[in-house]
Design a protein around this ligand. Structure first.
Ligand SMILES: [Zn+2]
Ligand SMILES: [Zn+2]
Length: 427
């Protein structure tokens, strides 16, 4: 039988991984620029963590998790998102006690959700995210937004919009919850079964129900922004004022609630109309989550963060980037067994000297070997035939100038270095 990758997974082939590395490098560079350090957490965690952190009325937890029992009967879940694991690690490793009160970390890697695979949405997908923990300040909210905007701008995305909203603090959320229940109460029996449960447990989630999204009462539902406490209002006004000062365009979007339970105060999304992604596409988003550290057993600690789906970022990066396959320094082309023995030695020596190098392992003729040199964008083709073995030399051909020179074995490194330092104007 022939094996296939499980539905909702894809292989990233050697021809595609270069572009992934380019994206990862770009993100790491931006993180260094913002003084944000990497944190790596496990791919799987105890299921309870996600129930707690993400919320068991969310679609992610109630429908989409990869959950299984390990051999000891513990319930384990493949991480469906990155924040829960980061906050768990922050608490477990007592990072709240570090001399730097504001801990800024990023993560990137695979996440898992059991969803219907559709245009680019896979069950194993990748996220890049940033969390800033320890300081409750609108300045930090704005630093997060700036960073998210920097990412999409660095990718060259056109027509981007920053949408922001506030869900408020606990007091605001309690008032809003009551307003939502009053609003939906008269039509409760017209809503889907899930929404009946949400009505009791977390009415905010009714607003992102996919089944009832066209119900007339959705349009007229109360807006979080009208229920903000004085504190929450002041926080949000400062966020807006800072964005104004920095001349960052934004839209206050009262319908923005985000699909995860842990948010409070500021939430934001970056929307793009770039043709590569399609009009009105959400590229990524995030928000503040002041209750989450405490919820996971840590001291009361504020946090704010955002995440991007990396597959979307890959589409945004486009195909018009440089093929930054830098190419080999040397491709060695031996003819015959003795030449091959010598080639193996030279290759090892060149690699030890820091040159990128490969050789033919298929005993082909010159024509086939030259094709490989070309495919690998080799600067030099090094030809070794029987004559060369006898004379203890190699034939070095620069594939840019087409010049071919005989070089004694002991001078190879020196020759390459001189050639690279030479003033001929090819790479
Ligand atoms: Zn519903
Ligand atoms: Zn050259």
């Amino acid at each position: 039988m022939a094996y296939k990758a499980p539905r909702g997974t894809v292989d990233i082939l050697p021809t595609e991984s270069g572009k992934w590395q380019e994206l990862e490098q770009l993100l790491r560079t931006i993180c260094a620029n913002y003084n944000v350090k990497e944190m790596r957490t496990p791919i799987f965690e105890h299921t309870e963590l996600f129930n707690r952190a993400v919320g068991d009325t969310t679609d992610v937890v109630s429908k989409e998790m990869y959950t299984f029992e390990d051999k000891k009967g513990r319930s384990i879940t493949l991480r469906p998102e990155g924040t829960a694991g980061i906050v768990r690690a922050y608490v477990e490793n007592k990072l709240y006690g570090m001399p730097e009160k504001l801990q800024k970390v990023y993560y990137m890697g695979p996440m898992f959700r059991y969803e219907r695979p559709q245009n680019g949405r896979q069950r194993q997908f990748h996220q890049f995210g940033v969390e800033m923990l320890g300081v409750e300040s609108p300045y930090v909210d704005v630093e997060c937004m700036l960073m998210a905007v920097t990412v999409v701008k660095a990718l060259g995305l056109k027509n981007i919009q920053l949408h922001i909203n506030s869900l408020g603090d606990q007091e605001s959320r309690d008032a809003y919850r009551e307003a939502l229940q009053n609003h939906f109460q008269p039509v409760l029996n017209e809503l889907c079964h899930d929404c009946q449960v949400r009505y009791e447990k977390n009415p905010l989630r009714i607003l992102d129900c996919k089944v009832d999204k066209n119900h007339p009462m959705m349009q007229t539902a109360p807006k979080t922004i009208d229920y903000l406490s004085d504190n929450a209002k002041a926080h949000f006004e400062k966020v807006c004022a800072l964005l104004d000062d920095l001349e960052i365009d934004y839209v206050v979007d009262p319908n923005l609630v985000r699909g995860l339970d842990y948010y409070s105060h500021t939430v934001f999304e970056i929307i793009s109309d770039d043709p590569k992604l399609g009009a009105g596409s959400t590229v990524g988003g995030g928000g503040r989550y002041n209750g989450l550290v405490e919820e996971l057993g840590g001291p009361q600690t504020p946090g704010v963060g955002f995440a991007f789906g990396m597959e979307r970022l890959m589409i945004a990066l486009g195909d018009d980037h440089d093929d930054d396959d830098e190419g080999l320094d040397v491709y060695i082309m031996p003819l015959g067994t003795e030449a091959k023995d010598l080639a193996m030695q030279i290759m090892t020596m060149l690699r030890a000297n820091g040159f990128t190098c490969d050789m033919d392992q298929c005993d082909r003729g010159l024509k086939g070997q030259f094709k490989s040199a070309d495919r690998f964008h080799a600067h030099f083709s090094m030809i070794i035939g029987e004559d060369e073995v006898q004379k203890e030399v190699v034939n070095m051909k620069c594939n840019h100038t087409k010049e071919q020179v005989e070089v004694p074995l002991e001078n190879i490194v020196e020759f390459i270095e001189n050639h690279y330092e030479g003033d001929h104007d090819h790479e």
